[in-house]
Design a binder for this molecule. Structure first.
Ligand SMILES: *Cc1c(COP(=O)(O)O)cnc(C)c1O
Length: 459
């Protein structure tokens, strides 16, 4: 039997117009934005693949929830609902609402971090790393070896290298480990999933050394999709059961609700340990808000509670993952070097292989980001040496391990014809790949430089 097309399992109730532009207009916009697509006006973008964060379309149910939101300062009904949903999902007792993921990170990592501490992750996301390093601690990434080969097929390329984990804990001393952080899915490592077996192995090692094991669980529903379809023994479990099992292995979790909670703002910290939760709550009240709202409005909390249920619906997850795969497979077929297999929330292009003539210190990923905007009005993001590059003592660039460009797909926002347009833009990019030149940075801040750095195209 022929399978029918997997369609968007929703109808459109409310639309947001896209302003179309010409290539000449976009060249001007990009120059005005100092060649940093973060500095563009969103009105000048046709397809915005900058991030899947906070860009989801909410459901009619969520919008109805927004109206029901209880804005009471303390003990809001919407908070109690959000807390109940998260407790039930994570199995953790202490839930702290925060205005977004990095607020949860700042709270927990400033408490666990500090000089002399080491954090270990499959790959720290940029805000995670920044919060850890800002506390004075160091952040070490140990994805499995296969993760560095963008063409290699592996079902769980987001996994952590557990041998290295054991080795680093022993080297540094367990008492100096702030936490082990498993990012699911592994965003900066290509949006690749993490297997339950890997999470179990990490649990075991952390338990043996008495080290805290945390989840960065922004995309735990998408990760559950991959486990159900790729890992032995999970085919009959529901996505929700799989997510619960993974939470059950950890000591705590930080989430940006702007991803798999299908909302535009929000986050939380979930913890088993009462003492840590107490310390974190004190910090929460100083910098975010009272313990029953964090940095959130009642309406945000209501929408999060509903979104965290909707995201586990099988038809939603199937459409979500399949539509990302569709874009990725089409690009792969036409010869664009994409990271394989295609991840959950994004397609990652290996700019080192697309533009082998542009060296890392001329930022091949950034060149592709600019080209995508000029040719198609498509906004993407570089995840390479602009984002993760460092300088040595002589001021020479220490490049990132990979030069990736991420096309992050907002949830429930774009349709198949938008994807066809993106694919056509890549056909143009392929035709002119040899003429492409790199970029230099003319101005940059000390932390998270990709957000505000200014660039110049090289002649
Ligand atoms: C988005 C994200 C964060 C940070 O969350 P914000 O809501 O953007 O502050 C942390 N970790 C991962 C893996 C993310 O994708």
């Amino acid at each position: 039997m022929k399978h029918k097309t997997i369609i968007e399992p929703f109808r459109i109730k409310s639309i947001e117009p896209i302003r179309l532009s010409t290539e000449e207009e976009r060249i001007r916009h990009l120059e005005e934005a100092k060649y940093n697509t973060f500095l563009l006006h969103s009105d000048d973008v046709i397809i915005d693949f900058l991030t899947d964060s906070g860009t989801s379309a909410m459901s009619a149910e969520q919008w109805a929830g927004v109206m029901r939101g209880d804005e009471s300062y303390a003990g809001s009904k919407s908070w109690l609902k959000m807390e109940r949903v998260i407790r039930d999902l994570t199995g953790m007792e202490h839930i702290l609402p925060t205005h977004q993921g990095r607020a949860a990170e700042r709270i927990i990592y400033s408490y666990l971090g500090g000089k002399g501490k080491t954090f270990i992750s499959n790959t720290h996301f940029d805000t995670t790393r920044a919060n850890i390093e800002y506390s004075g601690a160091e952040a070490i990434d140990i994805p499995i070896r296969e993760a560095y080969d963008s063409a290699l097929i592996h079902p769980f390329k987001g996994n952590m290298d557990t041998e290295k984990l054991e080795q680093i804990i022993t080297e540094k001393g367990a008492e100096n480990i702030g936490a082990v952080i498993l990012t699911v899915t592994n965003n900066s490592g290509g949006g690749q999933p993490v297997s339950m077996a890997n999470a179990k192995a990490i649990r075991k090692i952390c338990k043996r050394h008495n080290v805290l094991f945390l989840l960065d669980c922004c995309r735990i529903a998408e990760n559950a999709y991959f486990i159900k379809h790729r890992e032995e023994g999970y085919g009959d479990k529901s996505y929700r059961e799989i997510a619960r099992e993974m939470f059950g292995l950890s000591d705590g979790a930080a989430m940006s609700a702007k991803k798999d909670a299908l909302v535009n703002m929000g986050g939380f910290l979930a913890l088993h340990d009462e003492k840590i939760a107490q310390e974190c709550t004190n910090m929460l009240i100083i910098t975010e808000g009272f313990a029953t709202y964090g940095g959130l409005s009642g309406r945000d909390m209501e929408a999060i509670a509903i979104g965290l249920e909707e995201v586990f619906e099988p038809h939603y997850l199937e459409y979500r993952i399949r539509s990302t795969t569709y874009l990725g497979e089409k690009l792969h077929e036409m010869g664009i070097p994409v990271m394989l297999p295609i991840g959950g929330h994004a397609v990652y292009i290996d700019a080192k292989r697309l533009y082998p003539h542009i060296p890392p210190h001329q930022y091949p990923g950034h060149a592709l980001v600019c080209e995508l905007y000029i040719k198609g009005g498509i906004r993407s993001v570089e995840i390479g040496s602009v984002m993760f590059g460092k300088y040595d003592e002589e001021g020479q660039l220490i490049p990132a391990a990979m030069e990736l460009v991420r096309l992050a797909i907002p949830r429930r926002v774009y349709t198949q014809s938008h994807m066809e347009y993106v694919i056509e833009t890549f056909e143009e990019i392929l035709r002119t790949r040899e003429e492409m030149r790199g970029y230099e940075i003319v101005e940059e801040p000390p932390f998270l430089r990709h957000f505000t750095a200014k660039f110049k195209p090289l002649k």
